[in-house]
Design a protein around this ligand. Structure first.
Ligand SMILES: Cc1ncc(COP(=O)(O)O)c(C=O)c1O
Length: 393
């Protein structure tokens, strides 16, 4: 949560006054269509034909995208080794097997490692735009196209970011956003799936609103309604998120101003190397990353007075070696529902030892990240820059 206040309060007040909190309703009786309006506004901003707001978070938005693309048992999906565990767990929720793959120093999926990991079972790849930083989408899309793979952009940490002028989430076949408390756009919890493929949208809509064949929009479905999950969003979520969307450009431009200043002023300082970026102009601005030669140097820098940087290796469930339930292959409540036990998944790659992505562990130990707030004033940014300079003197 970066900013929230009067805009959201007004939208919430109107919604509560309508006494209609279910996403479907009649405007003639005061229903605001906050969810539907938010979906249209999000799709417009991101640049996709469709958006679906889900109550279950980025995890369920990713699951909806996978289901929408028809991914399931017998399929391998490539995911980066540095991402929140949910990227991989969503793959398992769809019945497929995540294949964990190295990142590069940009902290996003390495295109070279991605291509090397493709097997005859690979159906999709999920590049993750971690800490607001775009993945190398040109290379990833080119490789995916050449191998006939679907691309789902995990944009959970990069709401509003872009790559070469296109918003993150609109470049692949589908994209997913998280609206939990730690994200650029937030209503505490929730997620958004975006796509321009009507069949992905249709399957995801059915899955997220299981058995809802009586709802007005279901009459337009071209496939029979199947049972799925209940991830429908409420009008309260729609109201808050519509307010958040109005703040998006302000949050991004303030965060970018601060992070650009840090990068510009520290870029040529001896002993500091700004981590490579795939598209600095599309970066959300919420972080600045530095690459060091060793973990000792990165830690020393991060712990120097006033620097306030963390090492990705210390961020728990964001590094694959800490995805305990997945590493232990504990999925679902019943062994027959566990994708690791499916007949179709026998022979698929599910080795998750540290050695599988040793390069990622090395990078996560040698990188130090400063989280940047859009609300830092000039003096705060100056103090951070000075602290970083002192740290490497
Ligand atoms: C990269 C990434 N993917 C997926 C998720 C899952 O989102 P949620 O917690 O909203 O389900 C998160 C959440 O932190 C995330 O950071």
């Amino acid at each position: 949560m970066y900013r929230i206040g009067d805009i959201e309060i007004k939208l919430l007040e109107a919604t509560i006054a309508s006494k209609q909190l279910f996403r479907v309703g009649n405007p003639a009786s005061g229903h605001w269509h906050q969810v539907l309006n938010f979906e249209n506004e999000l799709a417009q901003i991101v640049g996709t034909k469709h958006a679906l707001l889900v109550s279950g978070g980025g995890t369920s938005a990713l699951t909806c995208a996978l289901i929408g693309l028809g991914i399931g048992p017998g399929d391998e999906v490539i995911v980066p080794a540095y991402t929140f565990m949910a990227t991989a767990s969503a793959v398992l929720m769809a019945g497929a097997i995540p294949v964990i793959t190295d990142i590069d120093e940009s902290l996003a999926l390495s295109p070279e490692a991605f291509e090397k990991r493709i097997s005859k079972h690979t159906k999709a790849v999920i590049p993750v735009h971690m800490i607001g930083r775009p993945s190398d989408m040109d290379k990833i899309m080119e490789i995916a196209k050449r191998h006939g793979l679907k691309v789902i952009e995990d944009s959970c940490q990069a709401g509003g970011g872009s790559y070469k002028g296109r918003r993150l989430g609109s470049i692949g076949d589908a994209g997913a956003f998280s609206f939990n408390d730690f994200k650029i756009l937030s209503c505490g919890e929730g997620g958004g799936m975006v796509t321009s493929d009507p069949s992905v949208y249709e399957k995801a809509s059915i899955f997220h609103d299981s058995g809802a064949s009586f709802r007005p929009y279901a009459k337009d479905f071209t496939i029979p309604v199947f049972l799925g999950q209940q991830f429908r969003a409420s009008e309260l979520m729609g109201a808050v998120l519509r307010g958040q969307l109005r703040r998006l450009e302000g949050i991004l431009s303030d965060a970018r101003r601060n992070s650009n200043r840090i990068r510009n002023e520290l870029g040529s300082v001896n002993g500091l190397k700004i981590a490579p970026m795939n598209d600095p102009s599309g970066d959300c601005g919420i972080s600045v990353a530095f690459t060091f030669e060793s973990e000792v140097k990165a830690r020393k820098f991060g712990q120097s007075p006033g620097v306030g940087a963390y090492l990705p290796i210390d961020t728990g469930k964001h590094v694959f070696i800490n995805w305990e339930p997945l590493l232990k292959k504990n999925v679902y409540h019943h062994p027959r529902m566990n994708p690791f036990n499916f007949e179709e998944n026998k022979g698929l790659r599910s080795e998750y030892g540290d050695e599988v992505c040793a390069k990622t562990l090395d990078i996560c130990k040698r990188t130090a990240i400063i989280s940047v707030s859009p609300d830092w004033d000039v003096q705060t940014v100056t103090q951070r820059i000075e602290a970083c300079r002192k740290a490497v003197q």
